[in-house]
Write a protein that binds this ligand. Sequence first.
Ligand code: PLP
Length: 481
Amino acid sequence: MKYVSTRGSSPPQTFSEILLGGLAPDGGLYLPESYPKFTETDLAAMRGMNYRELAFTILSRFADDIPAADLRRLIDQTYTAEIYRHVRAGQNPQDITPTLMLEDGFYLLSLSNGPTLAFKDMAMQLLGNLFEYVLAKTGREINILGATSGDTGSSAEYAMRGKKGIRVFMLSPHQRMSRFQTAQMYSLQDPNIFNIAIRGVFDDCQDIVKAVSNDAAFKQQYKIGAVNSINWARVAAQVVYYFKGYFAVTRSNDEQVSFTVPSGNFGNVCAGHIARMMGLPVHKLVVATNENDVLDEFFRTGVYRPRDAAHTYHTSSPSMDISKASNFERFVFDLVGRDAAKVRALWGQVDRGGAADLKVDGYFDRVQDYGFVSGSSCHAMRIQTIRNVYEHYGVVIDPHTADGVTVALRYREHGIPMVVLETALPAKFEDAIQEALGRMPERPVDLVGLEDLPQRFEVMEADAAAVKRFIAEHVCQEARG
Ligand SMILES: *Cc1c(COP(=O)(O)O)cnc(C)c1O
């Protein structure tokens, strides 16, 4: 299996070659040169598999340059009931991603039972083990530099903590994350994790990451890498739970299922698209956005129009507050019939701050062939949905999942199960739950008192040069031993 760039001007690479990288050298995103397909016989065999077997069956098609026995070990080490233990009462942690029936034909797929209570753990935990494996094999090391407003940073740190050959330098806006998120990250005491609290906002953090990454010499000398949402292995790992969810809510492979996905960077729902391309009987893929409705606008109008940071709203489902959807280019590559020249032309406009108009040449008419529909939500709707779901079903959902449920209700069809992906647990977003239900969400017992743990972090000005000095000092210190 080789991976090609959506912009068509980078040489094809293997899974291991693209694992540690980000964008392809031509600025595009990597995708498999063709999607592996599961036949009816394959699907019949997969129906009875547990999560680890399913993950191996799917991921061995993508990561075919990793010896099967090694891949199986990495998967077995990742998807354990111990790591994904924050299940609700009555759910079995052995399921890894259990489903929860709200009513007949309407389900939640619980993806947020990992260490940081958000679905990003599903892929990131595997990434930590894959990185460590590939680095050890080649005798290399990596210094991951990232910026976070909450979920991605903590998920990356909990996946990379204690891993050999890996250090994490994570920038976050000083005193601007929730107390829970702050405590979750800053209480980590592992010597390979460095939390840097920047005096500024999230965009300042992101600008510093860009500035450091644009310094090619520094980047090479200090082996700077990233774990952002365009990483192919993250998308691939997310394909697995669409299969798991499908089998959980159907009895036969003749049935179809629709999925609703609370979306930001289009990584999660892109995995759903790929599952469908691999032969999973998916009816609709419902893209749910919050007030930052770049994606909803596209699926309504055919025009993809990223916003600038100044036009990104800060909402009560903050992990979906994006101005552009970094994985969207992957879907567009398929939509235009994998015509890389077309993608290059369209994204040439996007990269200059413009829009990509997919109405031309009839591309947009084909969106329905891929099952995509969309909708957006807003603060009042998500609060009301949290309330309704609690009143009707006795289940407390987080604000992102609430955006999903809000939009999913517009697309329910008789006889077709609707599965909403639960992308975080309510314990992470206490303010929204307090507003909706007048009380705090329950917290998993092992996280009670999290805010009282000692914290380890460095406060710095929004200054790329200072961050570089910090990285250089800490990388060298260890080298001197
Ligand atoms: C990251 C995140 C999302 C958005 O996922 P994408 O893959 O970026 O579309 C939604 N909900 C939560 C809770 C998240 O952390």
